[in-house]
Ligand binder design. Structure first.
Ligand code: 26Q
Length: 832
């Protein structure tokens, strides 16, 4: 149903004055006011940033009364709020998204144009908040969008990193990291709340005492205390009044400490304290798997979790809530184990700070949390050395021991005599150095555990969390990931969105199942022609950007074959490169051979300390340099590494893709979400049966998907039976030719050492089985080539992909979470 939000009722107008006026005239006036009164500029001297800021404030003004109303409602009786705890939120730019969700795109564009400003130039001015690494952080952002769109009261809680994910530059083919400066020119989307603060302790010791009723109690005397200050950002839903809250915490020094130190003359000590306190939220760890033993990372996690839980309890008490009923009013979701210490922290707050008894507190805690797992790689399961953990959080360590003692009693009750199982399930890993196992803490302390795609959830249940599934199968469920069609279709691909809307109306934006209605036009030649035109324009746009960023000229009528995602061996960007080299060899042997022209585009950041990943980037650039400059091949092949792939430039990438590379080793990618973004924008997928690829293929139809490679079961059994990459190598002359090119130094100016670590790792280990899948991959790529030569067939497949992607909207995912895990219902926000 279309909701009217444009008419702000007169009462609100009376209260709020002209700034809530969404008419063109009202927006113009507000904009002029912000240029002058907020930015302090006369229009003639206003910089692009001044105008961007003024326009953002103009749009933000439209959010504020919706936001205030939404937050006000959260305190209402019998209302349950979702609290999404995530160490990362990868939001992307706000301005354009908010314009779309408010339904005032054209008015705001014209407002800017009237002031002589191209709206695109103002969009370009916005620094994106890169407060995440990749999939997990972007998922959190999509879920916030869907929660608001579905009118679910929700708060996202996280960390306000001063430096988000680094900016990537490519120099001489290598990745160079530059610090992200997203706050440099100010952030018009956040409001600092200096009066909303929490104290968070670290280190120290615990002591026991008897309270006035003679009960045994424990208190924690931290060695140091840091203050968390709330920074709030409004998250508006699409064409609704619900405007939820993203509350990010910044660490600051506790004032009283500074003051004390100052009084005793230790001025420099006080300054030191200020600096160390602020360190906690200084920088995002740029790794998308755990870093071993970094105390600061554990401090970050505890810091934001403690602030968030204290905040929820404060809000709850403010409205007179009874703590025993807390779980009925807050559903807290743990985005992976990063906030899992929250289980122990909620226990501590209830026991020590609120005098609750253990059993009641455990009941409340266990009923409040849900835990989402995002990985299958055993090395990516978070664990912390007990010594480190106990040093920072002595009270939490005690609580975890007690949770564990009781939990293992339950295990023993259920499985008498099975001490092997007890050791496997323990919250403490005692097989060598002792560790706290965060996933076990999360499982024990939650009422629901879920994976992020069907295959992933099945493998979790059969493997990584098998013992937990054996003991409590009712806790487990699957929630296949989704992405928001607002950002990833409407905002990113206006051309395609307009074409779709011209055929089936605009209801698909809130109900992407409606996209199915496009299927009826698949035989309409004019429609297919229009579809191709949109894709071609999108490819021209990307080609221009590639030229501007890299100097490489690419031909928009060649096939755009794209792989963008974090660089990881399991994601196998280097398998893609091996295929490119195979094509290169073919063309060198027979320059006239019949190959469909292709442009291979890569993008993605490598963790700064990940040696192999960085070398894969260098490899891509080295191959690019040779291929692009060799006249024998460069008319057929181009290779591009697109630097600094981030949310902001996704809008040029997904809409321009013909082919989406989703080629991870089966059983390694939990879900993937880029796979969804590509397919929603009309790219076809070449992929393995991994993560959500399996479900995408089911939805779009096997005939519209280029499948290759071993299944997860085959990968597993090959691994067990002693996988020998050399056997595949010996049997495959094409592969031999590829490896020979590499070892000869052909792509490295004769340097035979540069890629040796990569090649040796493949020849002698090949943990991710590139060689085992190579033959099948090359074949699948031949199918792709054949299909692309028939534009009508390709276009049909592309249309069918888009029309069958409705399932992968994050709205569907969030509805499932609401129904199966959170037990929350939509609440309409009325503006009075
Ligand atoms: C943990 C501890 C210390 C330092 C860093 C970390 C850390 C940070 C980020 C560990 C993991 C991550 C990110 C993981 C991630 O992005 N996983 C992806 O999640 C997506 C959303 O569910 C899935 O689609 C991807 O398959 C999965 O790889």
């Amino acid at each position: 149903m279309e909701k009217k939000v444009k008419s702000v009722p007169s009462l609100a107008d009376a209260h709020l004055g002209s700034r809530s006026d969404m008419s063109l005239e009202g927006l113009r006036r507000t904009f002029r006011e912000h240029v002058f009164y907020t930015q302090g500029r006369l229009p003639v001297v206003a910089t692009t940033n001044d105008l961007y800021m003024a326009l953002s404030f103009t749009v933000r003004d439209q959010l504020l009364h919706r936001w205030i109303k939404t937050v006000e409602q959260m305190g209402r009786e019998n209302l349950k709020v979702v609290s999404y705890l995530s160490a990362e939120f990868l939001l992307g730019p706000h301005l354009e998204n908010n314009m779309i969700n408010l339904g005032i795109y054209d008015e705001v564009r014209r407002t800017a144009e009237d002031a002589g400003q191209d709206i695109q130039a103002l969009f370009d001015q916005e620094e994106e908040p890169g407060l995440g690494n990749g999939g997990l952080g972007r998922l959190a952002a999509c879920y916030l969008d869907s929660l608001a769109t579905l009118e679910i009261p929700a708060i996202g809680y996280g960390i306000r990193y001063e430096f988000g994910i680094f900016d990537q530059e490519i120099r001489d083919g290598w990745q160079v990291e530059r610090t992200d400066q997203w706050l440099r020119l100010g952030n018009p989307w956040e409001i600092r709340r200096p009066e909303i603060t929490c104290d968070v302790g670290f280190g120290g010791r615990t002591e026991s005492y008897q309270d006035d009723q003679g009960r045994f109690r424990v208190r924690w005397i931290p060695h140091r205390t840091v203050k968390g200050v709330a920074y709030d950002t409004p998250i508006l839903g699409y064409r609704v009044n619900t405007c939820n809250l993203l509350r990010l915490w910044k660490a600051e020094a506790v004032e009283s400490f500074e003051f004390e130190a100052f009084n005793v003359g230790d001025y420099y000590g006080a300054v030191d304290q200020k600096i160390t306190s602020e360190n906690i939220t200084k920088v995002l760890y740029p790794n998308d798997e755990p870093v071993q033993g970094k105390a600061l990372r554990l401090e970050q996690q505890y810091f934001f979790v403690s602030c968030s839980l204290q905040d929820m309890l404060r809000i709850y008490k403010l409205f007179g809530g009874d703590l025993k009923q807390f779980a009925g009013h807050f559903a807290i979701q743990l985005n992976d184990t990063h906030p899992a210490i929250g289980v122990a922290e909620l226990m501590r707050l209830l026991l020590d700070e609120n005098g609750m008894d253990w059993d009641t507190a455990w009941d409340v805690t266990r009923n409040t949390f849900g835990y989402t797992n995002h990985t299958l790689l055993p090395e990516a399961l978070e664990k912390w050395p007990v010594a480190l953990f106990a040093g920072l959080f002595p009270r939490h360590m005690e609580i975890i021991y007690e949770i564990n003692r009781r939990f293992l009693d339950e295990v023993r009750n259920r499985f008498p005599g099975d001490e092997g199982r007890v050791a496997r399930m323990s919250l403490i890993d005692e097989s060598g150095e002792r560790y706290v196992r965060m996933a076990h803490l999360a499982c024990a302390g939650s009422r629901a555990v879920n994976g992020v795609a069907e295959l992933h959830t099945r493998l979790l249940q059969e493997d990584v969390l098998r013992d937990f599934h054996d003991m409590m199968p009712e806790k487990f469920s699957n929630k296949t990931n989704g992405v928001t069609p607002r950002r990833f279709m409407v905002l990113s691909n206006p051309g395609l969105s307009r074409l779709i809307t011209s055929k089936i109306g605009e209801a698909w934006v809130s109900r992407p199942e409606e996209l199915r209605r496009l299927e009826q036009f698949v035989d309409d030649g004019d429609f297919r022609e229009a579809w191709r035109r949109v894709k071609h324009e999108n490819k021209q746009n990307l080609a221009r950007l590639i030229h501007a960023r890299t100097g490489i000229e690419v031909d928009p009528s060649s096939m755009f074959d794209i792989q963008v995602k974090r660089i990881h061996e399991y994601k196998r960007q280097h398998l893609n490169v091996l295929h490119i080299i195979a094509l290169y060899n073919r063309l060198k042997q027979d320059p006239a051979c019949d190959l469909c022209p292709r442009t291979f585009i890569f993008g993605g950041k490598a963790a700064p300390g990940y040696f192999m990943a960085k070398r894969i980037i260098k490899l891509i650039n080295s191959v690019a340099e040779v291929v692009n400059n060799d006249p024998d091949v460069s008319r057929k092949l181009k290779v591009v590494f697109f630097p600094d792939f981030n949310v902001k430039n996704t809008k040029f990438v997904y809409p321009a893709a013909d082919l989406s590379e989703q080629i991870s080793t089966a059983g390694k990618e939990a879900s993937g979400t880029g796979n969804m973004k590509f397919s929603m924008n009309g790219a076809l997928t070449v992929g393995t049966l991994d993560g959500a690829n399996v479900e995408i293929r089911e939805e779009v139809g096997a005939e519209n998907f280029f499948l290759f490679g071993l299944t997860a079961e085959e990968v597993d059994s090959l691994q067990r039976n002693g996988y020998q990459p050399m056997e595949f190598y010996r049997d495959n002359p094409v592969l031999q030719g590829v490896i020979e090119r590499l070892t000869s130094g052909h792509f490295s100016w004769g340097d035979q050492e540069l890629f040796k670590p990569l090649i040796d790792s493949l020849l002698y280990h090949d943990t991710f089985m590139l060689f085992a899948d190579f033959g099948a991959y090359v074949n699948a790529q031949q199918q792709v080539d054949a299909a692309y030569r028939d534009p009508e067939r390709w276009t049909r497949m592309s249309i069918l992909n888009v029309s069958r992607m409705g399932k992968f909207s994050s709205d569907r995912a969030i509805r499932e979470y609401c129904r199966d895990i959170w037990n929350v219902k939509p609440v309409r926000v009325e503006l009075d």
